[in-house]
Structures are given as C-alpha cells and as structure tokens.
Design a protein around this ligand. Structure first.
Ligand code: M6R
Length: 608
C-alpha cells in the first residue's frame, strides 16, 4: 500500500504534489518520489526514506513543471531503496508511472518484456507497467495504458504521464483507492481525499476497472474496455484543518482527545428524542433483521478487537449467535454462511485487502453484507448491501484510536436495534441504554481531564520491556487492544490475555520485571479478576488496575489504580479503552518513538 498523487493545472506542480504526499504519508513512508513534465522532458527526484529527504533533495535541485505525479511507498515487491522508489520509467525515459497495489503476474510480464529487449532497473512489480505502456504506445497514452492494463492481473491505482502528451495525466484503478479533486483550471488525483483538500472540495470517485483522462479542465472516465462513463462529482464535507494536529504534539493524542465528539457524532441522528434507534440509512428492512439467524464479523487489527466486543454485545443483547473472525483467516476456512447470515465487516479505511476479500467471500455465499466504515465511498462500502458510517473524521495516526471507539458505538447501536426488533430488549432496557450512551462523551471527557495521572504512570513504566494486559468477558478484547496499542507505538512487547487463561501458560513469564495491567470494572467477574491479580502479585509483578469510580477496594489489590466513571457493565469497554490508549501514547512519547508513523506499519493495508 502506497499513496499516489498527480497534478495538472496552472500552478507549479511540485509544491502541490509534495503537500499531497505529506497528507498521504500515513499510507507508507519507505521511500518517496515525484516526476514532472517540463519543456518536453521528464524530470524526477526520488529517494529511499521519509518525505523529508525528498524535500531536502528538491531544495538543492528544484524541479519545475505544471504536470506531475508523486508517490509515497510502503514496500511490497523490492526492498526500500532509491531504485525501487517510484515513479518508474520506460526504457526511453519518456513515460513515468506511480502505482499503489500489486501486479500479481509481473514476473511473467517482466520475462516477456525483457525478452523483447526492455531494460529494467528496479525489483518492483510496478516497473512492468511503464514498459508495457511503452510497448503499446503508438500515438495515444490513454489507449496505451488501457492496453497495458488489459494484460495485468492484480490491484492498482496508477497515475501516468508522458513527454509526448504533456497536457494530460492518465489514471486508473482496480481494488486500490483513487479519487479526483476537481479544481478551477486544475485537477488533482490522489489515493485519498485529504491530499487535495487545500485546493478543492469537489471530488469524484473512480471505480474498479476504470481509467480517467485528466487535463487541467476536465476528467473523462472510461471503462477498461473503452466505454465512456458519466460520473457525478460530490462536495467533501471534511475540512483540511481536521487533518491537522490542532496544537497537540501528535495526531494520535489529538485523535484520543477528539473521542467525546466522535461518540456524539456517531450517535447523531441514530438516537431519536424518544429513545429509539434508527438505522434506516443502512437500507436494511426490519424483515431482514428478523430473518437473520447468524452473524459473522470480519475485520483486522483494532477493528477485529471491536468485532470481538461486538460478539459479546450481539449475543448478549440481540441473542443472535455470532462468529468473529480475523478477516485474513475467514475465507480460508470455508465458513458455513448462507442467505440467512449477516456479515458485518468492520474497517476504518474500507480499503483493507483482507477485510474486503472476506466480505466478498461471504457475499458470494449469499450473506447480506453490512459494513461499519469510516471512509465514504471506500471500496468496502461499495461492496456492501448496507453501511453504518462511523463519524470519526480523518484519522491520521497509524494507531487507531477514535475510530475504534466509533466502531464500538456502531456495534452498540446494531445490537440494541436488532435486539429490540427481535423482541429481546424490553422498552425499559432500550430506554436505559439510550440515556446512558448519551452520557458517554461526558464520561470520556472526565477521563481525559485526568490524563496527567496516566502520564505519571507512563514515567514509571517507560523502561519496561514486557507488559501483560488482562481482561475477562467483554473486557478481554480491550486487553488485546491495550496491548496492541502499546506494542505498535512504543515497540514494547505486550500481550493481552483472557485473565482466566493466564494460569495456563503466561504466568510463567511473570516476575518483578513484567507489569500486569488488569481491566477491572465493577460487575460480573470482578472477584475473579482480583484473584488473578493476587496470583501475579504473589509472583512479584507490579500491578495496575483500571477500575470503576467508587471502587474502594481496588487500592488494596493494585499497586497503581486509574479510575474511570462508573457506567453499565456492558458500556464500560468504551471507557476502559481510553486510559489504555493514553498509557500507550505517553510511554511511546517518553521513549521518543515516531508515534504517528511507527516503524514497519501503514495506516491502510491494501495488500494481502
Ligand atoms: O482500516 P482498517 O480498520 O481495516 O485497518 C485494520 C488494521 O490494519 C488496523 O486496525 C491496524 O491494526 C491499526 N494499526 C491498529 O492501530
């Protein structure tokens, strides 16, 4: 997965491309590069490493031109290196290509092209595209790109320029995101909307197997087989400022602090004044909700942890059996799914390849597909029979925070909606839920106000190399999520465990160097988790309890406690998550890691 951008218009292309790449850097940052057309020549600059290196190169050797393409890379084929950095060119250095995706048959194509005399300089799959376009180029770049793509298997979002047609960019997509920003006398292509938001809010989506010929005044879409396509543009509601840090040291911290608003936004219009839930936007009829006899949840990473919470909720509240699967495993286990199954795919980006593939697999078996997604118009939403959008806004930090909370909110809404409709949730319970979930933003605010307490805890634990997170029942996925947050941004080894499982193995790890954090709100299993803490304390581990307000016993059981406002046990996972996000953040910040762009990770994983 990578980010691509392209500019054509009256401005100098380089600043627009660099600005766009900066906003796309969350998609990968192994290398970056740009190519521009100027006075009948193709000029490029590219380098391994983050965008700042390219920026410095451009300061020393500026490029000019009003047409160009750019790329920020997350390596799949070929290690991060200068040679493997995009754009890639043909033999004559007349064509330049940027690509996000994977050309699956590139070895076969490369062999053919090499046999025909083409000379390759990189190890990438992308370079075959440049040479294929060269091979088919007679007098029309669009036709050459179309012809080349007809020979390609795999996924792509590409931008192509040629010195022979300096008045256009050709772009195309299959299974990788591509969107156009339509400006006044200028047009911009990008992997994601924030790349062009400072220049225009008018956007147009490109679908799978479509090409687009972009000039400074128009964008003409056609299919891979050559039929013209009419497409309406739409106005983007996000503000460019939403993608800025807003005074916080890191996007992640800003995004954690946005969570009260995100909860409120995700509830807006879905909770009525008379305490009902409306999910009309999904387009799912009541009959459908009644007909379902099984739910499957598929997702990856943090979204999978939300899905695990969803299993507890849907089973408990709607009394529907739920299977929750890592999307990358789902399709390889021949799941028993039919037309009475509902598949819920959860994805912040809506572009995660594994989640998309799992969703498609379930659909092909006849299931109805409902997605919980944060990005409008993303690939997953377009595959889905219905979508419940999380309204978290752009999440720039690679570590998912506010989108996780928003996914949980969506799952509560689904559970209570289906439960009420199916006669499993009495009016009084629905009323109580609607009233309590409206208070959640205020409760999160109260936690955030105490962030200094967590900062102080972080000071005590920043030097640790291992951590154990324990939770039971609906808190178990929160233990997994807390551990994931810590490992991905602080690089500290952390494991989440179902507390009852600890004695079956992980207890062997415990000694005075391994702190144990327990998620222990008042409610069912409280005594059991306290017993587990006694077991770890007996082995000299330092313990941290995240507990409910008013729990006067907790101080006797834990070495350190952090208190969150009391709420219903079922809603408590939302509140329990926030201190764990803050703890991971402050530990990582103290260690000085690259919090928003941790090593080896990318925001959106669009390859299998
Ligand atoms: O965009 P998605 O929600 O589908 O992404 C899924 C995972 O890649 C994502 O949650 C990942 O685990 C994050 N780095 C977690 O912080």
């Amino acid at each position: 997965m990578c980010g691509i951008v392209g500019y054509i218009g009256d401005k100098q292309a380089v600043p627009v491309l660099m600005d766009g790449l900066r906003r796309l850097e969350y998609r990968g940052y192994d290398s970056a590069g740009i190519a521009v057309l100027d006075n009948g020549s193709l000029h490029e600059s590219k380098s391994v490493g983050k965008l700042s290196i390219l920026e410095n190169m451009l300061k020393d050797h500026p490029l000019s031109g009003k047409v160009g393409i750019g790329h920020t890379r997350w390596a799949t084929h070929g290690r991060p290196s200068d040679d493997n950095a995009h754009p890639h060119s043909d033999c004559k250095h007349e064509i330049a290509v940027v690509h996000n995706g994977i050309i699956e048959n590139y070895m076969k194509l490369k062999k053919m092209l090499v046999a025909e005399g083409h000379v390759f300089v990189s190890e990438t799959d992308t370079e075959v595209l440049a040479h294929l376009i060269e091979k088919y180029y007679e007098d029309n770049l669009l036709s050459a790109v179309r012809h080349a793509l007809q020979n390609v298997e795999g996924s792509f979002a590409i931008g192509v320029i040629s010195i022979r047609e300096p008045g256009c960019i050709v772009a195309a997509r299959r299974y990788s995101p591509l969107v156009l920003g339509l400006g006044e006398g200028e047009n911009i292509l990008a992997s994601d909307i924030p790349a062009f938001l400072p220049y225009t809010k008018e956007a147009m989506l490109i679908n799978d197997d479509e090409l687009v010929l972009i000039t400074k005044d128009k964008a003409e879409i056609s299919t891979l087989s050559g039929e013209p396509v009419e497409r309406e543009s739409f106005q983007v509601l996000w503000d460019a400022k939403m993608a800025e840090k807003g005074g916080y040291k890191h996007f992640m911290l800003k995004e954690i602090f946005e969570q009260p608003q995100v909860v409120a936004d995700t509830l807006t219009g879905r909770l009525t004044d008379d305490n009902r839930i409306s999910l009309a936007e999904t387009g799912f009829q009541d009959e459908l909700w009644k007909k379902i006899n099984k739910v499957f949840i598929v997702a990856c990473g943090t979204a999978y942890h939300a899905g695990m919470v969803g299993k507890y909720l849907i089973e408990e509240i709607a009394r529907l059996p739920v299977e929750v699967d890592l999307a990358s495993e789902f399709r390889y286990r021949n799941p028993i799914v039919d037309e009475n199954s509902l598949v819920i795919a959860i994805s912040q980006s809506g572009e995660t390849a594994d989640t998309l593939a799992a969703a498609k697999e379930a659909k092909s078996k006849g299931a109805k597909l409902l997605s919980i997604c944060n990005v409008m118009g993303s690939s997953l939403t377009r595959e889905s029979d219905g979508v419940l959008y999380t309204r978290a806004g752009i999440e720039v930090g690679v570590a998912a925070t506010k989108t996780f909370i928003a996914q949980l909110i969506a799952l509560y809404l689904i559970s209570y909606y289906a439960g009420h409709l199916r006669g499993n949730v009495p009016e009084a319970d629905l009323n109580a839920f609607c009233s309590e979930i409206r208070r959640i933003p205020r409760y999160i605010d109260q936690i955030l106000v105490s962030h200094d307490e967590i900062k102080n805890l972080a000071k005590l634990f920043q030097k640790k190399t291992d951590f154990l997170y324990l939770g039971r029942n609906i808190q178990y996925p929160i233990a997994l999520e807390g551990a994931l947050k810590l490992k991905e941004i602080s690089y500290i080894h952390a494991e989440g465990y179902a507390a009852g499982e600890m004695k079956h193995g992980p207890i062997a790890l415990i000694d005075e160097n391994v702190p144990v954090l327990a998620i222990a709100p008042r409610g069912p299993n409280y005594d059991k988790i306290i017993s587990n803490i006694k077991e770890v304390k007996a082995r000299d581990a330092e313990s941290i309890g995240v507990v409910s307000d008013g729990d006067n016993e907790a101080q006797h059981h834990f070495d350190h406690i952090f208190t969150v406002p009391g709420t219903s046990y079922l809603l408590s996972p939302i509140l329990m998550t926030v201190p764990l996000q803050l703890l991971a953040y402050y530990i990582a910040d103290k260690k000085g890691t690259d919090v928003d762009q941790p090593r080896n990770l990318a925001k959106s994983v669009t390859v299998e």
